[in-house]
Design a protein around this ligand. Structure first.
Ligand code: PLP
Length: 352
């Protein structure tokens, strides 16, 4: 088997997504599965659909195209606010999108009419995290305009927290979204089919709240793949946190000094490095580096330490273990590392 590679345990992902559907379903919240971190990998996505997922959500049209081209049948939701310049492709490939800009929605409407289709619109509401979202005070106005447009249907409203500002989705924020949904329905005499309360960071709120209000949807990525919530990165009981394994190969192993010798200047990243002198140390070099993966997001499964990395190498302190060239070393990945490894063309994807 070639290295570096990322091994994907489909059974564990299937288990996680089924459990999450059950957990959130207990309070009538449906899950849209977010596929961006796996770049819409069709083998992985197939497992989500088999578990009962109906909506696949991705931030990129390229990933949605990839899934469609692979024959995946689902409703596709574009997560990232559509680019004005991509409106034609957005309505062609995505069934729905999360929106915050009226001029973009008008452009979506124009192309939907040209293509003879209806495109679903979610209006995203800013609740304090300060990434995407309409300020609550202007939402009513935008709803009014959207309702006047042909080719687009208002699917609902949503919010996204704990991404840019690290703001917690709590009872107050979810209450605001529910209230806004009720107000819109009364003002315009309509029903909003979907109120999408957030992402994997909503787990604590969900567990604590006796009443989810109007929230009937969450868009989950990290919980499905890494089995955790994302406010404190605590594992969700009963879920697998090790569905993905990164495997790299030892290309040099030797006892060497721990303290670089000679005159110290900048290293590869432009820093002047400092190392403690721990005497001679068992060191191994792995044939994987920053061009393959976000090294800071890796945790070795064995009792060994990462000392540092350059573009193509990771340098390890292997402590009491003696490796030889050709040995394989396994790592857990955090979300950033998973995203980079799944995206890197240099890392083989091995679906088990
Ligand atoms: C990525 C993303 C999600 C999923 O977030 P997770 O933390 O992986 O659950 C949900 N909503 C939006 C808008 C996103 O961009």
């Amino acid at each position: 088997m070639s290295t570096p590679r990322i091994e994907v345990d489909l059974k564990k992902i299937a288990h996680n997504v089924s459990r999450l559907i059950e957990i959130y379903g207990a309070k009538d919240i449906r899950i849209s599965a977010v596929t961006k971190v796996v770049c819409g990998n069709p083998d992985i996505v197939e497992v989500l659909l088999q578990a009962g997922i109906g909506v696949l959500a991705d931030s990129r049209i390229a990933n949605i195209r990839r899934m469609r081209d692979a024959g995946i049948e689902a409703r596709f939701l574009l997560l990232r606010t559509p680019f004005f310049s991509q409106a034609e492709a957005v309505v062609k490939y995505a069934d729905m999108s999360l929106n915050t800009d009226l001029s973009v929605i008008q452009e979506l409407s124009r192309f939907a009419l040209l293509q003879g289709i209806q495109h679903g619109i979610f209006l995203m509401v800013e609740l304090g995290d300060l990434r995407e979202g309409l300020m609550p005070a202007v939402v009513h106005d935008v709803v009014e305009h959207v309702l006047e447009l042909d080719g687009v249907v208002l699917e609902g409203i949503g919010t996204n927290l704990a991404c840019f500002g690290g703001i917690k989705p709590d009872a107050e924020k979810m209450g605001q979204l529910s209230l806004l949904a009720n107000e819109i329905e009364v003002e315009f005499g309509l029903i909003l089919p979907c109120v999408s309360g957030g992402n994997s960071a909503n787990y604590d709120w969900f567990n604590a709240t006796p009443d989810v209000g109007r929230i009937n949807n969450l868009r989950l990525g990290e919980s499905i793949y890494l089995g955790c919530e994302t406010l404190h990165r605590k594992p969700i009981p009963g879920l697998f946190t090790d569905a993905f394994t990164l495997v790299a190969e030892v290309i040099e192993s030797a006892i060497k000094p721990s303290f670089p010798y000679g005159e110290v200047c900048q290293d590869v990243s432009g820093q002047v490095p400092q190392f403690p002198d721990l005497g001679p140390m068992r060191r191994a070099i792995l044939g994987i580096g920053r061009q393959d993966v976000l090294v800071s997001g890796l945790t070795p499964r064995a009792e060994i330490d990462i000392l540092g990395a350059s573009s193509d190498h990771i340098i390890m302190n292997t402590k009491n273990t003696t490796y030889v060239a050709g040995d394989e070393v396994a790592f857990d990945l955090n979300y950033g590392a998973l995203l980079s490894a799944m995206t890197s063309p240099y890392v083989e994807k091995l679906v088990l």
